[in-house]
Structures are given as C-alpha cells and as structure tokens.
Design a protein around this ligand. Structure first.
Ligand code: GLV
Ligand code: GLV
Length: 320
C-alpha cells in the first residue's frame, strides 16, 4: 500500500509496528520540540492518516491542503484542537482516546486537589531550601479534604471517576453538567446543581473537568470566582480557556479564593514570567492529566489502531 501516515511526535516504536507493516509511516522524532507547522502542513498534504497531539492545530487550512486525508487520530480525549465538523464534512474520520485515560486523569485530578489543599509542593520546597528550622503546630497547615464538599463541573467519564474517589474521602459531591445523570446520583450520592453560582457558593473545592467547546469557553469567570468561598480551592484538569485566566489570577491575588491546582492553561506552555507562576498558593503542572506510562502507551496504541481500521476500510474504534 502506498498510503502515508504522519505521526507528529515521537511515540514508542512498538505502538507503530502494526502500521509500519503496511504503510509508510513517518514520525517527527524530536522529543523536546513540536513539529513545526510548515512541516506538518507539508506532511499532511501527502498523508492518508495523521496521529496528532493536542498541541497541533488541525484546522480548515490544513484539511483543505490534505486531499488524501482519511483519518486524524488525536492522542487525547479532548479534540478542541481539531475542526471536527469541517473534517467530517470532508469524509475524514476524527478519533480521540476516551476510556483508556479516564482513571489515570482522575488520579491526577485528585492528586492535584490533595497537593493544593495540603500544600505539598510548597512544603517540599520549604524542606529543600533549608527553611525547616523548627517544627510548629501550624507549620504548612493546609485544608482538610475528607468530609468537605466537592463541586465537579462536567460529569462525564472523568468527572464520574473523580467523584468515585471523592466518595472514598466521604466528601459531599455536587455536580454541574449539561444533563442530569440520575444513575450517578444513585451510585455516588451526588447532587445535580443546575446553576454555577450555587455550585460555587456551596463547594469547598471546585474541579473543572468539562470539555472545551464554544459553550464552555470562558465559563468560569470573575463572577464565578466571586461566588466561591474565600477558603475555596479551584482545580482545573480540562482546558485552560474554560477559565477566564486573568479573572482567576485576580481571585487568587486578592484572596477571593484560597488556592488553585492547575494542569492546563490558556496558552501552553506557560513561561516563568506568567502571573500564575509568581503565586505561592498555586500548584502548576505541565498538562500531564493522562500522563502515566501505562496510559500513554494505551493511548498511543489506540491512535494506531484507529488509523489502521480506517485505512483498511473498517469502522474506527473510537471515532467522534
Ligand atoms: C488531555 O488533555 C486530553 O484531552 O486527553
Ligand atoms: C472524558 O472522557 C469525559 O467524558 O470526561
């Protein structure tokens, strides 16, 4: 077969083995730097399949120049980097990697919540910088997690997996979602809250897990933060632009909320001069929600299988 596949970032060779048997597979080999846009456009213009990262823009410009393209398999559950409707209109199958990353991402969300509430990173730095001269009863004292109220925004697969963890901590679970899910309410004792203001007012912790869409862009704004408790903690593991980031910075700087744990940012990667980096009450991660070795391998395999299926004329495993 003369079909070409382009992989925009270095993936484990085992995961591409299957594709290499049949197709010409090219890969951007650099670990540290992303594939430049010009090269992506050039490779896409000859490719039947693309394996893409959340940092690659698969937009109309690219799709228009890629007449052979049949499948785009994104190594992420989120797909806001792809113009899915436009691609579908051109008979291109777009695939993501749901399910395989659900539990891993929920683990990270809960880790981030705990790290932020108990000031784990700040405390670690304190020890390393040799500031620990005396033990004191309120040294690095944080907030309890157990028995508190967690507000989850976006009760999809990952949100539900976060809620299951919260249940083990005897938390009260509130959730906001497009639709109410009565089965989950039964299973987890979670309470549906239709308006965000009430969710903000009642939650000790708010975790944002909602996908980025035109409806959710800027959803969590200064008004939302103004309704949160002053000792409230905000955690975001979805996409940075679901949050009005300057409003979040303002809420953190002014003490309107206590702290934030952030895995995602409006523009990634953020740099050291970003206002969030200057704040002690923030834990910052480089978008590693699904980043366990096991899960990243599962995700890579799933992208390869999706490409293989579509190019063989079969149904994709996880099409959008
Ligand atoms: C990561 O952010 C993903 O969408 O999988
Ligand atoms: C993603 O898998 C979600 O639905 O939360």
């Amino acid at each position: 077969d003369t079909k070409r596949i382009f992989v925009t970032r270095k993936l484990p060779e085992e995961t591409l083995h299957l594709l290499r048997k049949t197709y010409t597979v090219e890969m951007w080999e650099e670990e540290e730097t992303p594939c430049p846009r010009e090269l992506l456009l050039e490779k896409a213009s000859q490719a039947s399949g693309l394996i893409t990262m959340l940092s690659d823009k698969i937009d109309q410009e690219l799709i228009k120049q890629s007449p052979h393209l049949q499948v785009v398999a994104n190594l992420a559950v989120g797909h806001d980097n792809i113009d899915v409707e436009y691609a579908k209109g051109k008979n291109i199958t777009v695939c993501n990697t749901p399910d395989v990353l659900t539990e891993t991402t929920a683990d990270l969300g809960f880790s981030l919540l705990m790290a932020t509430a108990r000031r784990i990173v700040e405390a670690d730095t304190y020890v390393r910088e040799d500031k620990w001269q005396n033990w004191g009863p309120f040294l690095m004292a944080g907030s309890d997690i157990h028995d508190k109220t967690l507000g989850i925004i976006g009760m999809g697969r990952i949100g539900s997996a976060v809620a299951r963890r919260a249940k083990g901590f005897n938390m009260e679970i509130l959730y906001h979602n497009r639709s109410q899910n009565e089965d989950l309410e039964q299973e987890l004792g979670a309470t549906f809250i239709s308006d965000l203001k009430t969710l903000a007012e009642r939650s000790d912790f708010v975790m944002c897990v909602v996908p980025l869409t035109p409806d959710t862009e800027g959803l969590l704004n200064s008004e939302f933060f103004s309704h949160m408790k002053s000792d409230g903690i905000f955690v975001n593991i979805s996409r940075g632009t679901v949050v009005d980031e300057p409003a979040l910075v303002e809420a953190l700087e002014s003490g309107q909320i206590k702290a934030a744990g952030l895995d995602v940012f409006a523009s990634e990667p953020i740099r050291a001069d970003h206002p969030l980096v200057k704040l002690d009450n923030v834990v910052l991660l480089p978008h590693i929600g699904s980043g366990s070795i096991e899960t990243r391998e599962r995700m890579a395999k799933l992208t390869a299988k999706n490409v293989a299926c579509v190019l063989a004329g079969e149904e994709a495993i996880t099409p959008l």
